[in-house]
Design a protein around this ligand. Structure first.
Ligand SMILES: Cc1cc2nc3c(=O)[nH]c(=O)nc-3n(C[C@H](O)[C@H](O)[C@H](O)COP(=O)(O)OP(=O)(O)OC[C@H]3O[C@@H](n4cnc5c(N)ncnc54)[C@H](O)[C@@H]3O)c2cc1C
Length: 334
């Protein structure tokens, strides 16, 4: 089916871009290589009754645009306040700073599942080629299927987008290319630990300490998304980079030893799964909320690395900005 705009990526930015374009009366097709929508809004099933958020853990709100959506999501009981601050792990008590940290009922991925309703999406399709065609764009997936549209929005982490454009022979204007190459992401080694017994994480069930190699440890059961005790651990970008190529057993050992002090006597880790996020959060961002490529058919870059905020709120706002920018670019052609 021919559509007005193709969107690569069904993470938060891609889903918000699609929603915005549809509100502007345009047709879209969102394509994602994942087995589900959501991208880094990722929730994994562990065993029969366990769930773990292993990408984004919570989100904060600093803009009225996101606040309006969050008010709606809270009225639907989709989103709730998980806490208003974290302990650094050295204290038994969590100090509240008064700012809500929001989580999603059933796991962060459920937010993407909510937003995907009414959008034309294909999952499990890896886009492997891009080319200009008839003043618009043609995409190819790894299965050989092609997709065409007048406009294209790219939302994968920028290093992946640039790799794909280069491999496809699509050349950006020198200024755009330089600006996009300045965007950098940090990696994250993540442990998903099934625990037998109780843990001793401070209320509301997490510790955050940026001085530690493993800076985040959270209890998905205390969070309210898992029926069984599943702990998520995240190593910081420096540790993750240094240990990226270590053996899986060594990485798991390091993550487990960070979790160990938070287990109550008698509790033990029964299994750990490792997830390696090569691009977890942006370390260097682009100042604009999205970028319309110069000297090419309508092509907009978006995602959490745009707008200077990073994170869930950055992806959300960038997606909306990309949808609006693309709608204007297409209108100016007709
Ligand atoms: C470990 C970790 C912890 C985090 N913690 C937090 C947190 O606590 N709070 C917070 O606010 N944020 C957090 N974040 C960041 C947050 O998850 C992201 O900012 C946000 O989800 C990014 O959304 P996005 O749409 O920009 O990108 P993504 O969610 O990455 O979406 C991009 C999509 O593009 C798809 N894609 C890529 N290449 C292709 C291709 N060639 N073909 C087809 N599809 C493709 C991917 O499958 C993906 O679904 C965390 C992220 C990670 C990984």
């Amino acid at each position: 089916m021919a559509v007005d705009v193709l969107i690569v990526g069904a993470g938060l930015a891609g889903l918000m871009a699609a929603t915005t374009l549809q509100e502007n009366g345009l047709t879209v097709h969102v394509i994602d290589r994942g087995r589900s929508v959501g991208g880094r809004l990722a929730t994994r099933r562990v065993g029969e009754n366990g769930l773990a958020d292993h990408g984004a853990q919570f989100f904060t709100v600093r803009t009225s645009t996101l606040q309006r959506y969050v008010d709606r999501w809270r009225a639907l009981d989709l989103v709730y306040v998980w806490g208003t601050g974290w302990s650094d792990g050295s204290l038994k008590r969590t100090i509240s700073d008064g700012h809500p940290r929001y989580a999603v009922r059933g796991g962060m991925n459920k937010l993407a599942k909510h937003l995907e309703q009414g959008i034309n999406i294909s999952i499990d399709r890896l886009i492997s080629g891009i080319r200009q065609e008839n003043g618009g764009w043609e995409l190819y997936d790894s299965g050989g299927k092609s997709y065409a549209a007048n406009g294209l929005i790219m939302t994968p982490p920028m290093p992946e987008t640039l790799e794909l454009l280069t491999a496809s022979g699509v050349h950006l204007n020198a200024d755009d290319d330089a600006a996009l190459r300045r965007i950098r992401f940090g990696p994250c080694l993540c442990g998903i630990h099934a625990v037998n017994g109780d843990v001793d994480l401070p209320e509301p069930g997490a510790m955050q300490n940026f001085q530690s190699d493993v800076y985040w440890i959270a209890d998905n059961q205390a969070k309210g998304i898992s029926a069984t005790r599943i702990i998520t651990s995240h190593a910081n970008a420096k540790f993750s980079r240094q240990n990226w190529d270590a053996s899986e057993a060594d990485i798991i050992r390091a993550l487990e030893s960070a979790v160990q002090p938070f287990l109550k006597p008698g509790a033990n880790i029964v299994q750990t799964q490792l997830k390696k996020w090569r691009y977890s959060v942006p370390l260097t961002t682009h100042p604009q909320e999205c970028l319309l490529a110069q000297d090419l058919p309508p092509l907009v870059f978006a995602g959490d690395a745009f707008g200077g905020r990073g994170r869930v709120e950055g992806a959300f706002l960038s997606g909306i900005a990309a949808g609006e920018t693309m709608a204007e670019a297409l209108a100016s052609l007709s």
